[in-house]
Design a protein around this ligand. Sequence first.
Ligand SMILES: [Zn+2]
Length: 262
Amino acid sequence: MKKMIDTHCHLNDKMLVARVDEIVNNFENDNLLQAIVVGYDFISSKSAIELAQKYENLYAVIGMHPSDADKWDDEFATFLKDNLSSEKVLALGEIGLDYHYENYSKEQQEFVFVEQLKIANECNMPIVIHIRDAMGDLIDILRRNKHLINNGGVVHCYNGSVESYKILREFGFKFSFGGAITFKNARNAPELLKVVDINDILLETDCPYLTPEPYRGKVINEPKYVSYVANKIAEYKGVDVDTVIEAANRNTYEVFNKLREN
Ligand SMILES: [Zn+2]
């Protein structure tokens, strides 16, 4: 099996942060090249940068998650602008919309999302989009702000429709897939992955969440389980797993253009 990149993980999460040394030291054995640590607020974004500075094979993505939209302030905007140019910060994310949990403000989520689209555009950075239960509004906001989207990006943990995939790829986005596609209830995954172009696919775990089958509910997810995602995509597409990994790596280097093979 070829070596993989986990393009979306949260080694900055309290469930994993104490084990980062051990996890990174095992990359070679686990068939991993690199992993991208994604922030979702100030503390987790700072931690992502620190991990990327400490470990050669870790990189950072920094931003404010829609579920943390009420934490947005000028200080965070300045923090983003100051750090996006750092060599190991690859993109602005994860940003977007999340209407899953109660008591969110659509207006605040949109405001924070668009503010970050502006910063990404100003700094010529790709974005990493988180979208949950809000696909219609996401597409509307992207259409209204099309002038701000000039550097591509990734829609992470994509589980939308084939139709939304076709709309979103027109903005220049690629799509990352994680453990959810291995779940028995992932009903749209087989059809979706048959349609999604192999040149649009990235691999991720979103660990510590969404542990793939057969480990779902048994262990905390970590980057090494990305191999189960690669195998599942290969199965759905009816191709060799190395074909999936090679394409995913190429796509990853294309989107995150500061990322270098090592
Ligand atoms: Zn995430």
